[in-house]
Design a protein around this ligand. Structure first.
Ligand code: ADP
Ligand code: MG
Length: 243
């Protein structure tokens, strides 16, 4: 579905991505992991058009999207939730999600119904639906951001640290939510630090280190890779114990 070919991105001499080759298969949940500063968010930003790659190419459904602006990429079916939550602060939760429902459509039968349904689906309390985004806490805003992303009806959903700051119970709910989204036919690329989450959720995992992809494969293969253990995991991840 998505193919990154030799993608590089530099910020004033700092190589955030170096010749990254990476694919996402239709229907799967792909995990992206790596130490802080390894380029995970940059890769999602390059895929979604927030940044243009300095070199290399990104193909989505066999079309070169590397030079398209974010709204054109979104229109083609890629939507991202940001690591740093973003909202329209003076608009209510519902209005924020309605924007997603209206995006790219000349007529939307009922954006209000769609937004209401999605805010319920992501688990925002009903009494928060009409509260301005600036009055919501970061966890509530993350739910709004996810609902707004889903409202654009993505084919590929990019999730950047969606679960950060959640309690274990909330994390489990979020994992179930991502699985449910995927079962409804949305392909997912997720950046996440908690290995338990990645291992329980992902069909395949790629590991970035200093902007380079150092490993890619099934979760178990990646966990047993010496290089990944050395630079990222620190110790062997024990599947059966920690799941
Ligand atoms: P990760 O998400 O894996 O923690 P990032 O992709 O955010 O890593 O960052 C990779 C590197 O690129 C870091 O060294 C970071 O400081 C740098 N970087 C990211 N975005 C920018 C930017 N907009 N301007 C300058 N440097 C950036
Ligand atoms: Mg990041």
């Amino acid at each position: 579905m998505l193919r990154c070919i030799d993608v590089s991105k530099e910020f004033g001499g700092l190589k955030a991505l170096r010749d990254v080759n990476f694919t996402v298969k239709n229907g799967e949940i792909t995990g992206l992991v790596g130490p802080n500063g390894s380029g995970k968010s940059t890769l999602l930003n390059v895929i979604s058009g927030v940044y243009k790659p300095d070199s290399g190419k990104i193909e989505f459904l066999n079309e070169d999207i590397s030079k398209l602006p974010p709204h054109q990429i979104c229109y083609r079916g890629i939507t991202k939730t940001s690591q740093t939550v973003q909202s329209f602060p003076d608009m209510t939760a519902l209005q924020n999600v309605q924007l997603g429902a209206l995006f790219g459509r000349k007529t939307e039968t009922n954006p209000n119904d769609r937004a209401t349904e999605l805010l319920g689906f992501v688990g925002l309390d009903k009494d928060k639906f009409n509260v301005p985004a600036k009055k919501l806490n970061v966890i509530e805003l993350r739910r709004v951001q996810l609902a707004r992303a889903l409202a654009t009806s993505p084919k590929l959903l990019l999730l950047d640290e969606l679960l950060t700051g959640l309690t274990p119970k909330e994390s489990d709910e979020a994992i179930a939510l991502v699985k449910c989204i995927n079962k409804q036919g949305v392909t997912v690329l997720i950046v996440e630090h908690i290995m338990r989450v990645i291992m329980g959720l992902c069909d395949r995992v790629a590991v970035l280190h200093h902007g380079e992809k150092i490993c890619e494969g099934k979760p178990r293969e990646v966990c047993n890779d010496e290089n990944v253990i050395n630079v990222y995991l620190g110790k062997k991840f024990c599947f059966d114990e920690e799941l």
